[in-house]
Structure formats: structure tokens, C-alpha cells
Design a binder for this molecule. Structure first.
Ligand code: GAL
Length: 853
């Protein structure tokens, strides 16, 4: 990346990652087997680092960049699920185009010289709509999902075989010279199989046998399946897997999902996982005999279209992953993990040669030593969640911060400690684009983005389609819509004379009970209220006094789903919609409308008219200077010019309610900026020490769960672009703004007590240089243009808000400027030799904030 680099002094070159892969078209098969230590590739046991990147959660033009960043981050393998619903939207009609081009994705990984773990499932969970199952599957007569059921097994086998054949056809298995070294069947079935009883066990064994019969030439795994039959490898998923052991001594210890953060729900706070804890979990896993671990997710991406699972999974699937939703590296997460991977790779010769032997280093402290012949590597862990420790190992003293692992590739020198971050930190910022011609001082400027006026189209209330269906009683939503749309109208009418017992004067209390997920109630064409469930319970019980009129009264209920369930036993049977009761009541009696005649309309009229696709002109659109705002059920449309450059683009939907957005006819997902996270449950700064769980580190309490929505660059075209919104609740489209994602400052803070940078490790010259602070501009062609802050001593704060401490060397700024200004990367030793000693007897650190341009 760096065009010019200044190193004071020069460190040793990083050992090249030698991953020689002969690709399809050319060549030589790779033999993949396993033994009790590791996957064995062409006869050699391998220590592998893997990361999940789901191809439909980004776009083909983003794939090579993301994959390259994964490779630069020290990954050997890319893990992806295969998403059945997008590949077979209609039974027997396959789609492997564009974002769904699985073979192209696998080839892109191969082109980068990495391996692939293909998790076919075909049940995948993944916070994906219906766990990845196509909806038509549900309607096959006699079908029961994920159990010993012939119709289900037939379909599952057919699709699994289709994927395997497609991969074989493209020569993508390692056994054919391709990158796929591993495959998964099912997903975490062991977590829930007891609910399926004996047929569940029979199904699991069938799935294993079926997979093996497809003859891919590479091993299969089942995750979270303690009783996975041979030759399948049972693997672990979780925040930690160091205590896991496979079910046979002939199988390696593998971790298929190390959750690098957690997913976001509409109505939830934003989860994050501190990198010190993630690095600790990774090091502990390799310390305790693991040889394959995968980050779930390494790049999470975006739930485009209506692909998010649910209910209430948000559109962003950022996951706090090392590569952010937009494809930019998240620092220091990416950089620190890269260092951890390098440290572990330095131990690979010892790790593959033998089993570890463990010794206690005192309470909550443990050494694992891999020693045989001339190789020796050791991991020293302090698993105490509170106290740092000094331990003695092989006659030497080692300081171990709480909840950390030190890695010793020669059993003597520490190359890295998981709690000590040498990597730089970069701030990622959203820059709001100027879209008007007037600057704030009234002067005329060239806008960075031109947006035309808005046209609108009213979505009518109630039944407007000819193909509506009338039936007595309330119908479950998913069985009715088959998920062709989020929306189902329920409409009924009744006559009021004026003396009905359910009336209190002209009013009646209406109760509507729904399985969820979102409800709008219209009485005689006017909105009477709305309600929504939440990720923890989608149930809705709405009630309110409503005004009725003499004669005919109409109740129109709009029920909307927000992603179908994707996890749990029988998740496929979790229903949605208004199953009742729907009841009117007054002081003298009630009228239960639950078994009245209801008319049903699947989807919106605007969906039928393809209003989201601006290439199809429609007379529905009204272009006027003024347009209705804060009105439910309305479509909006505008044109805009694409932001210049190649920085990732997003739309801030603040000001809108809830809906879906399309750019040039392609859905960028559901938006819902008015759905707020709970007020409590967040922490200002999360302590990485101690066991992590998905509720431990949350941010943005009391704020919208998601205001920013990614617009992949490839959805944009030069010149005029169309943006269409369907707004369900009401909003003001003039309030939306376009933003680009950019790296702000580049910072780092490194202590004298840290080990040297990992790539200065040199086994022959064991005493390396001391710790160094490194900065690197994030973009090609950039150089460090200014040093905004530099302090050697006891600085405090974080990137963007560093402060000098009581102890601070006066020479720091000039030394750092000298080393760093005008180059794309620099390395500065963290030592009193360079900066003078501003205070004795104190452990000092160097903190720097720089700007690149
Ligand atoms: C796992 C599952 C993944 C994903 C993850 C949470 O249980 O295997 O597919 O859903 O949880 O993000």
C-alpha cells in the first residue's frame, strides 16, 4: 500500500505468506484431509485463519477489494454460506447472476490466493430471511423442515447437489485444483435437534451421509453438532471455543464462528466487541490446540433488498467486523488481529508438530507449550478478568495484563500480547454532502450533489387490487403472502345503527391482536394508530377508542413483516399477521370481528405497478412544487447526481419514518430511522476484560438503531440517478442527506512496555528492536501532511481527543514530524533514546494523531 515509507530504524521484512494455489484451468489438484491436529493440505498440516464474507451482502465490484483486505489482514480462508432463497426464487429456476454469482465470488477468492470454506447449509440462519430457505419450500405438501421427512430431504438434497455440481462444473474444489478446501452441511442443528426427537437424529445422520455421497473430495463439517458422524468434523461456534474438543481424537479442533461482534436489530442498541477480547479468544483457541478459526463476520456488509432475517434484523449487517459495512478496514480491530495472525503463524511449525502441554502459572494463569525436536512455541495466558499478573515461565518473568495471552514463538521472547495494541487507529467519518447551491453564509457554491424536486404517489388505503380474496376469519400472514411482499391488507366492514351494545356513544374500543411485526389501523379510510413488536417479541396488542359513524364502517388493517424468522426449532412455522382477536367493545357488550368476512390484499398497489422501478413510467406519479409530508403510505421519487470520487456512499434517512428505498430500481433495503434503541443497557467504554456476551458492549442507547444506509457504488451511474422511497409511517424526504464514508485522522498509541512490532520478529537475532509506533495513510497516493498531536510521556484520551499528561517530552512533536511528514507511512521507536526521558520510573507511551492528504 505504502508508496514511500520511512522507518527509524528499519525492521525486518515480514515473512511472506506462502499460499501456493494452482487454480482451475491450469492444473494440479490439492489434496485436503485431516488428522487430530489440523487440516492437512497436500500432506502438510496447516494452521489456518478464516473469515466470513457473504457474497450477497456486498456487490461483485466490492468483492476483490474486500478479499484483498482480508488477505492483507492475514486470512488464509474465506468462509461463506450459500443462500438458497436467492439462487432458487422459484422452484427449479436457478439464479447465479450478479451479486448471486457464487462461482464468481469463489473465483475472486482464488484469484487472491486464498481458500474457501463453502457452508452450503442449505439452512444457514445468518440473520437471513427465513434462514435462507425459499418460501415455496414451505408449501410443498407434507413437508416438515429439518427433520426426517422425505419431501424436505428430497429438496435439500437436490439443492445441495445443484450447488456442488455448479462448483464442480467450474472446477472449484481443491480436489480439482480450485480453492474450496472445506464444506459445511446443515448449521447448528445440534443446538435445537432435541426438539425434533428421534427423527431429528435420523435426519442429521442422513444429511451427513448425503453430503459425503456428493463426493466433493474435500472434508465436510457440521457446526455445533457434538454427535456429527464420521467422517464429518464437528466444529464449534461461539464467542470463545478454547474449551471445545471434537468428538473424535482423529478430528482437528476447529472454530467455524468466532463472533467478531454481533448483529443489529431495529429497535436495538449497536453491539460491538473490543478487539482485545476478540484477540484473547483467538489466541486462547490456538493456545489450547485449535488450528482453524473463522471470524463471523470478517466483513458483514448490508442486508440489501428484503434479505434480512428476523423479525426486526436491521439493514446494516456491519457486525463490528474487522472490515466495516462499507468495505473499509476498521482500526485498530483489523490491524491488531493482523498482528495476532502473524504471531500465530510464527508458531505454526511448532503448532503442527505436536500437541500442547499445559502447566499452571498460578491461579487463572496457564502456559501451553508446543515443543518437539528443535521447535518450541509457547502461549502464556492470564485468564483473570481483573488483575494483571507477573508469572515465571522457564525461569523468566513475564508481565501478563488481565485477560490476555502472550505469544512466544521461540518459547522465550514475547512477540505479541493480545491486550497490547501496536496497530494504528483510524477514525471513520461520515461526511455530509452539500446538496444545495447556497453555502451557509448565503454565497453561491457548486453543490457536491444535486437533488431534483420530489414527486409522489399516494398508496391507497385498503383493498384496491382486483385479485383480492375474501374469506371468513383471520388468516396468518406468511401462509397468505408467501412473503411476496412485506404487506398484507385485512379489510372488513360492518353496519352501525347506533344502539349496538359495543358502542359508548359514537365510540367503541377496538382491540387488534397480531403476531406482528408492524400494524397500522385505518378506520373509514383514516389512520387510527399503529403499533409494532420488537426483536424479542413480535406480538402486538393494539387498543384504542375509535369513532364510528351510522351506517357502513370500514376497518382496514395493514400488517407488515420485517424479515422472517431465521433461528430456532420450527422457526419456519412462526407466523405473522393479525390472527386476532379483533374486537369492538363498549360498556354493554362486544362485537368479535375475528370470524367476520375479511378481504385480503397481498402487497401494495405501488409494488404491483413497479413504482420502485423508474425505468417504467407510471401515471401515478405527481410532480408538484409541494408534496405531502408526514403522511403514511406514500411513494416519493427524486433524481440525484452521484457523489464524485470512489468513497463509499450512504443515505441518512433521518426525517423519514419506516420504509424501503431503491436506487435506480435496486433495493438498498428497509429503512427505519425512527425505531430507537432502549434508553439503558449501554456502557460508555466497555471493559474488554472478562467474558463477553452480545449484551455486554452496546452503544447508541436512546438513539435510532440505524440512520445510515449503504448505497453500493455499483448501483450508481454517471449523470442522473433515481431514488424511490416507499414510506409507511410518514416522513419528510427533504430531510434526507447523502454522505460519503471517509477515513479521518490516523492515530496510534504505543507503550514502552509493549512488545516490538510483530513483523520485526527475527528468530536468529532474538533480541529485537523495542516497540515502535507506526502510521500508514489509508489510501494509495496519500502522504502524512500534518501531525495534529504527539506526546511521549503519559498522554491520555483517544484518537481525536488525546491530551498531554503531566509527563511529556518537549521534543516529541519535532521528532515525529521529522519521521512522518511527507511520507505515506512511518515508524517511530517508542523510547527515551529518541525523545529524551521526561520522567523516570514511569512507563511512558507515545500517542500521535496525524492527518493524511
Ligand atoms: C449462529 C449462526 C449464524 C448467525 C450467528 C449470529 O448461531 O450459525 O448463522 O446467525 O449465530 O450472528
Amino acid at each position: 500500500m505504502a508508496a514511500t515509507a520511512r522507518l527509524l530504524p528499519a525492521g525486518a521484512a515480514a515473512p511472506a505468506l506462502l499460499l501456493l494455489l494452482c487454480l482451475a484451468g491450469g492444473t494440479r489438484a490439492t489434496n485436503v484431509t485431516y488428522d487430530h491436529r489440523a487440516l492437512v493440505i497436500d500432506g502438510v498440516r496447516r494452521v489456518l485463519v478464516s473469515g466470513s464474507i457473504h457474497y450477497p451482502r456486498s456487490t461483485p465490484d466490492m468483492w476483490p477489494g474486500i478479499i484483498q483486505k482480508a488477505k492483507d489482514g492475514g486470512l488464509d480462508v474465506i468462509e461463506t454460506y450459500v443462500f438458497w432463497d436467492i439462487h432458487e426464487p422459484v422452484r427449479g429456476q436457478y439464479d447465479f447472476e450478479g451479486r448471486k454469482d457464487l462461482a464468481a465470488f469463489v473465483k475472486a477468492v482464488a484469484d487472491a490466493g486464498l481458500y474457501v470454506h463453502l457452508r452450503i447449509g442449505p439452512y444457514v440462519c445468518a440473520e437471513w430471511n427465513y434462514g435462507g430457505f425459499p418460501l415455496w419450500l414451505h408449501f410443498i405438501p407434507g413437508i416438515k423442515f429439518r427433520t426426517d421427512n422425505e419431501p424436505f430431504k428430497t429438496e435439500m438434497q437436490r439443492f445441495t447437489a445443484k450447488v456442488v455440481d455448479t462448483m464442480k462444473g467450474a472446477g472449484l474444489y481443491a480436489s480439482q485444483g480450485g480453492p474450496i478446501i472445506l464444506s459445511q452441511i446443515e448449521n447448528e442443528y445440534g443446538n435445537i435437534d432435541s426438539a425434533y426427537g428421534a427423527p431429528g437424529k435420523a435426519y442429521m445422520r442422513w444429511a451427513a451421509g448425503m453430503a459425503v455421497s456428493l463426493d466433493t473430495g474435500v472434508p465436510w463439517v457440521m457446526c455445533q453438532q457434538t454427535d456429527a458422524p464420521d467422517p464429518l468434523i464437528n466444529t464449534c461456534n461461539g464467542f470463545y471455543c478454547d474449551q471445545f474438543t471434537p468428538n473424535s481424537d482423529a478430528k482437528p479442533k476447529m472454530w467455524t464462528e468466532n463472533w467478531s461482534g454481533w448483529f443489529l436489530s431495529f429497535g436495538g442498541a449497536v453491539p460491538y466487541r473490543p478487539v482485545e477480547d476478540l484477540a484473547f479468544a483467538v489466541a486462547r483457541f490456538y493456545q489450547r490446540g485449535g488450528t482453524f478459526q473463522n471470524y463471523y463476520m470478517y466483513h458483514g456488509g448490508t442486508n440489501l433488498d428484503r434479505s434480512s432475517g428476523g423479525p426486526f434484523i436491521a439493514t446494516s449487517y456491519d457486525y463490528d467486523a474487522p472490515i466495516d459495512e462499507y468495505g473499509l478496514v476498521r482500526q485498530p480491530k483489523w490491524g491488531h488481529l493482523r498482528d495476532v495472525h502473524k504471531a500465530i503463524k510464527l508458531c505454526e511449525p511448532a503448532l503442527i508438530a505436536t500437541d500442547p502441554s499445559y502447566t499452571s502459572l498460578g491461579p487463572n494463569a496457564e502456559a501451553a507449550v508446543y515443543k518437539t525436536g528443535s521447535v518450541c512455541a509457547a502461549f502464556l495466558a492470564n485468564i483473570d478478568g481483573q488483575s494483571d499478573k507477573t508469572v515465571t515461565f522457564n525461569g523468566r518473568m513475564y508481565r501478563l495484563p488481565a485477560w490476555s495471552v502472550s505469544i512466544l514463538p521461540d518459547c522465550k521472547n514475547v512477540v505479541l500480547n493480545t491486550a497490547q495494541i501496536n496497530s494504528q487507529v483510524t477514525s471513520l467519518e461520515m461526511r455530509y454532502l452539500e446538496s444545495s447551491n447556497l453555502a451557509s453564509d448565503g454565497s453561491f457554491i457548486t453543490p457536491e450533489l444535486a437533488i431534483s424536486g420530489w414527486s409522489y404517489a399516494i398508496e391507497p388505503v385498503g383493498i384496491t387490487k382486483d385479485n383480492a380474496l375474501t374469506k371468513a376469519g383471520l388468516m396468518e400472514q406468511i401462509n397468505t403472502t408467501a412473503d411476496a411482499s412485506d404487506f398484507l391488507w385485512y379489510s372488513t366492514s360492518f353496519t352501525v345503527k347506533g344502539d349496538e351494545p359495543y358502542l359508548n356513544g359514537s365510540q367503541s374500543n377496538l382491540v387488534v391482536n397480531s403476531l406482528g411485526h408492524v400494524l397500522q389501523v385505518y378506520i373509514n379510510g383514516k389512520i387510527a394508530g399503529s403499533a409494532q413488536g420488537s426483536a424479542s417479541s413480535s406480538l402486538i396488542s393494539w387498543q384504542k377508542p375509535i369513532e364510528l359513524v351510522p351506517g357502513k364502517n370500514k376497518i382496514d388493517l395493514l400488517s407488515a413483516t420485517v424479515g422472517l424468522s431465521n433461528y430456532g426449532a420450527f422457526f419456519d412455522l412462526v407466523g405473522a399477521g393479525i390472527t386476532g382477536p379483533v374486537k369492538l367493545s363498549g360498556t354493554n357488550g362486544a362485537l368479535d370481528l375475528s370470524s367476520a368476512e375479511w378481504t385480503y390484499q397481498i402487497g401494495l398497489r405501488g409494488e404491483d405497478l413497479h413504482l420502485y422501478d423508474p425505468s417504467e413510467a407510471s401515471p401515478e406519479w405527481v410532480s408538484a412544487n409541494a408534496y405531502p409530508i408526514n403522511q403514511p403510505l406514500i411513494w416519493y421519487k427524486t433524481k440525484f447526481t452521484p457523489p464524485a470520487g470512489d468513497d463509499p456512499v450512504a443515505i441518512d434517512f433521518t426525517g423519514m419514518g419506516k420504509g424501503e428505498a431503491w436506487v435506480n430500481g435496486q433495493s438498498i433495503g428497509r429503512y427505519w430511522p425512527t425505531n430507537l434503541a432502549p434508553q439503558s443497557g449501554c456502557v460508555n467504554s466497555c471493559n474488554y476484560r472478562g467474558n463477553y456476551n452480545s449484551n455486554k458492549c452496546l452503544k447508541k442507547c436512546g438513539q435510532p438503531s440505524q440512520t445510515l444506509y449503504h448505497v453500493p457504488r455499483s448501483f450508481l451511474q454517471p449523470g442522473s440517478n433515481d431514488l424511490v422511497l416507499f414510506e409507511q409511517f410518514g416522513g419528510d424526504p427533504s430531510k434526507i442527506s447523502f454522505v460519503i464514508r471517509q477515513t479521518g485522522s490516523v492515530c496510534a498509541q504505543v507503550s514502552e512496555a509493549h512488545p516490538a512490532q510483530v513483523d520485526s520478529w527475527n528468530s536468529s537475532q532474538q533480541q529485537r528492536y523495542g516497540p515502535a509506533l507506526r502510521l500508514e495513510c489509508p489510501k494509495d497516493g496519500q502522504v502524512i501532511s500534518s501531525i495534529k498531536f504527539a506526546s511521549f510521556g503519559t498522554p491520555s484520551g483517544t484518537c481525536g481527543s488525546y491530551r498531554h499528561g503531566e509527563c511529556s517530552s518537549t521534543q516529541t512533536l519535532s521528532v515525529v514530524q521529522e519521521a512522518c511528514i511527507g511520507v505515506s507511512s512511518c515508524s517511530v521507536p517508542v523510547s527515551s533514546t529518541y525523545f529524551g526521558n521526561p520522567c523516570t520510573g514511569v512507563t511512558k507511551s507515545l500517542a500521535v494523531e496525524a492527518a493524511c492528504s
